[in-house]
Unconditional design. Structure first.
Length: 345
């Protein structure tokens, strides 16, 4: 179906699967994603390669680095997508934090290749978010968008070029702070001793007030990012708000009041990056003819049985030439992996 003349058809909102990013290994070396068994080893806290002391795992005669464990998660999620699509996905994108160094991105690339996932493309999270913005609100005039990614463990502020003529690397500047996000706000709530029951409006109002203060305090990171890129807020066309901790209305409201720029947010801001990455994967699949299939070979020495799905993919996505996006995030105290799928067409 074509959009009416003069109107752009909105991007299809892909279904999503969400798993807790925990890996359990049984005595045979079988990896199980998203479950915490009563017995057996469970590996957590490995998704962020920038974390010092990120978890590694000894499986059989191999030591799996955090990058290797991320590749295992990707392999499990692709297996779930393969089950739903009844075929290998034609395009796959894995997002990563924009602040990863070349060495960290290289380690992730090496781990994916070792897992037989050479066709998985790596994309920085704000670039995927900008792809969603273009699909949902484009075509965009050439300019700058500020991506305000308020996640569970941190805040990432990134300036991204959008519109026609974007360079291959559209990122103009980025900063991260762990002083903001779901965990930091939870600590703030505790320190201010905000207690009460859900029905007590005073406690809810106080929580909203504290959240507004939390967002206002984060603006210093925004202004530092602008200075780093040698631009001002007047050069920014819009602010895209994403991340699991960005869902409360106070976040977008305070940013709009303080920054005086148009604020864009999705109904499910925690899914914006995954959806944008799925769009990029679909675009890559469409432009690559014939589509290259994902290698089935793996060198881990274990299988991926028992991958649980928290939701079924809609029938519209169950086509042979599907596109898959894998996004790892840290909302609150739990680590999750999200997968979005789009049918090509």
């Amino acid at each position: 179906m074509k959009a009416p003349p003069g109107r752009r058809r909105r991007a299809t909102r892909p279904p999503a699967l969400t798993h807790r990013t925990t890996l359990a290994f049984d005595s045979t070396g079988t990896a199980r994603l998203g479950i915490i068994p009563r017995h057996g080893r469970v590996v957590t806290e490995f998704a962020d390669l920038t974390q010092r002391g990120a978890t590694a795992a000894r499986i059989g005669n191999r030591t799996l680095t955090p990058a290797d464990l991320v590749a295992v998660v990707a392999d499990c999620l692709i297996a779930a997508a393969r089950d739903d699509l009844h075929d290998d996905p034609a395009g796959i994108t894995l997002t990563h934090p924009v602040g990863y160094s070349d060495e960290q991105v290289g380690a992730l690339r090496t781990a994916l290749d070792a897992a037989g996932l050479e066709q998985v493309a790596l994309v920085a999270e704000p670039v995927a978010a900008a792809a969603w913005l273009e699909a949902e609100h484009g075509p965009l005039m050439p300019g700058l968008a500020l991506v305000y990614d308020l996640g569970g463990a941190s805040l990432d502020v990134t300036l991204v070029r959008v519109g026609a003529g974007c360079p291959d690397n559209p990122v103009r500047g980025t900063l991260r702070s762990r002083d903001f996000g779901g965990r930091a706000f939870g600590a703030l709530m505790t320190s201010r001793a905000v207690h009460g029951h859900p029905g007590e409006s005073s406690a809810q109002d106080r929580a909203a007030q504290l959240r507004g203060e939390h967002v206002r305090d984060s603006l210093e990171l925004v202004y530092r990012c602008l200075r780093l890129a040698d631009v001002t807020m007047a050069d920014v066309d819009r602010v895209l708000v994403v991340g699991g901790a960005a869902r409360p209305a106070e976040v977008a409201r305070v940013l709009g009041e303080e920054l005086a720029r148009p604020i864009v947010t999705a109904p499910d801001p925690e899914r914006t990056i995954a959806t944008g990455a799925a769009l990029l994967a679909r675009r890559a699949a469409v432009s690559s003819e014939p589509a290259t299939r994902v290698s089935g070979s793996r060198h881990w020495g274990f299988s991926r049985r028992g991958v649980r799905r928290s939701a079924r993919v809609a029938a519209a996505a169950a086509v042979c030439t599907g596109a898959v996006a894998l996004t790892l995030a840290v909302p609150g105290d739990a680590v999750f992996a999200a997968l979005s799928q789009l049918g090509v067409g």
